[in-house]
Design a protein around this ligand. Structure first.
Ligand code: FAD
Length: 462
């Protein structure tokens, strides 16, 4: 890229320290956790932006976008860069817009809504909220590092989803303010159903600059680990707690052996050969849970109170997509899938996968509530990678037997499995980024359908 752009952008910000051009820094801020996937590793290694811009206010973002629009520069948005799909990796160079400095939690409103800037860390929101009796409804296991804007742009759910569903459910995201990529960038507020135009669009259709996120009343939590001789008995017990309406829980995660053997700091709580369940359960139900676990044949290998994100051990650090990280540390050949099993036939589906793929697939189950209020068995199974063909065979087989797969080995919004059939994200892209400069290459329906019309869906211009 012509370095005059760096000088021009520095003069727009009035601060050349917030325009980074050193290749090492630009390279670091062009990466995320795409390397979880051996397929994406091959595709994305070495992809980088040309420079990084670090705005601190929304008007600065408008000015930067106005300049980039005029000069046809690609802009890739970055929160904390913890996404797994290469979501924040620029495919066509250009500007990386690093929003980490816009990190203020502006308010925790009395009605339980957090108002934040996009770079606010989810962990900070959680801590601030808990001080006054609220907490996040759901969060990724990367809570300490991940940003609210990045979670809305690229995440889905996590700890808490067993009780409150995913980010897209139950009006958890109350409103989003975005800046558009046009000759004159507009500030647009999306409320109600219109938040879905922007959610999980990988920063392809607007820069999220402010978020209104609904919270839930805080609970005093405890953590428990329960070991069972067989995965089947562990699964039965975890399912009972996950779907049992009377249990107040934030996390129900089930691992088959040898997954617990990868958790080296927790090895004393992971008896050899046994399946393990990790719970976050209301402290007032902990004794009851321990008794129920023992009655079901389980052995409570760890139980302790939870005093926030600094608690050690923090069991959530081993769940959701952290499990995959521990597995990769143990053996680099591990990768993963993101699946949704059918509640009524989950056991049969797991049996068929085992028959067909043996221990190439290892079961790691995560329960979550869907938008209809039903708790369903999600899963982030580990896959022992041998070839892309074998991986695709597994994905195809899952789909054949009715297991939903959000494929984490593709680098576009549509392939990743959270794309909406009503195309609202694409329609918003056509309205807000007609030149296709925001994270280009990541919304393939836009690239192949550049001439289709656009319809407004409830967004209002300020
Ligand atoms: P980034 O990676 O920086 O960005 C994610 C996407 O959002 C990118 O496409 C980016 O361009 C876009 N974006 C960033 N900021 C904005 C903005 N202001 N406006 C518009 N678009 C924007 N995810 C889960 O959902 N649940 C999990 O439990 C979970 N566990 C994980 C565990 C590990 C160990 C790892 C490595 C990842 C995990 N993830 C999980 C994925 C990721 O951590 C989360 O989705 C996280 O919320 C992403 O936040 P971020 O700030 O790092 O976003």
């Amino acid at each position: 890229m012509d370095l005059t752009h760096a000088a021009a952008l520095a003069s727009i910000l009035g601060d050349d320290k917030r325009v980074l051009t050193h290749p090492l820094l630009v390279g670091q801020l062009s990466r995320d956790f795409y390397w979880y996937s051996p397929v994406l590793r091959r595709q994305l290694d070495g992809k980088t932006g040309d420079l990084v811009v670090q705005p601190v206010t929304m008007p600065e973002i408008q000015e930067v976008l106005r300049y980039c629009h005029a000069h046809d520069l690609a802009v890739t948005l970055r929160g904390a860069g913890t996404g797994n799909y290469g979501q924040a990796v620029p495919l066509r160079g250009g500007v990386v817009l690093d929003l980490a400095s816009m990190d203020r939690v502006e308010a925790i409103q009395a009605d339980g809504v957090a108002v934040c800037q996009p770079g606010a860390r989810l962990g900070v929101v959680e801590n601030e909220a808990r001080k006054i009796g609220w907490e996040l409804r759901c969060y990724p296991s990367t809570i300490v590092k991940a940003s609210v804007g990045g979670f809305l742009g690229g995440g889905s759910g996590g700890i808490g989803s067993v009780a409150h569903g995913n980010l897209r459910d139950f009006q958890t995201v109350r409103a989003i303010e975005v800046v558009t990529m046009e000759a004159e960038p507009r500030v647009v507020k999306h409320k109600g159903e219109a938040v879905h135009d922007i959610l999980h669009a990988w920063g392809t259709n607007g820069v999220i600059t402010r978020i209104w996120l609904a919270l839930t009343p805080a609970v005093e939590w405890s953590q428990c680990a329960v070991a069972f001789d067989t995965f089947d008995s562990a699964y039965d017990f975890s399912e009972r707690v996950a779907i049992g309406a009377s249990w107040i829980k934030r996390l129900v995660t089930t691992f088959e052996w040898p997954i617990p053997s990868f958790f080296t700091p927790l090895i004393q709580y992971a008896p050899e050969g046994k399946a393990l369940i990790f719970f976050m359960i209301a402290s007032k139900q902990r004794a009851e849970l321990e008794a129920a676990a023992r009655e079901a044949g389980g052995d409570v290998s760890y139980a302790g109170s939870y005093a926030g994100l600094g608690t050690r051990p923090l069991l959530s650090d081993y769940t959701w997509n952290h499990t995959t990280l521990w597995a990769i540390r143990a053996d680099e050949a591990y990768t993963y899938l993101q699946c949704g099993f059918e509640p009524a036939t989950v056991r049969e589906q797991m049996k068929r996968l085992r028959e067909r793929f043996g221990h190439e697939i290892l079961f790691h189950m995560e329960f979550m509530k869907n938008g209809d209020g039903q708790v369903i068995p999600g899963a982030i199974p580990l896959v022992y990678f041998t070839s892309e063909e074998r991986l695709n065979e597994m994905i195809n087989f899952c789909r054949e037997i009715g297991v939903f797969v959000a494929n984490p080995h593709v680098n576009n919004v549509e392939g990743g499995g959270r794309y909406r059939a009503d195309n609202v994200q694409l329609l918003a892209k056509k309205r807000y980024d007609p030149k296709g400069l925001l994270n280009p290459g990541k919304m393939i329906t836009f690239e192949t359908d550049a001439n289709a019309g656009a319809t407004a869906t409830g967004a209002t211009t300020k």
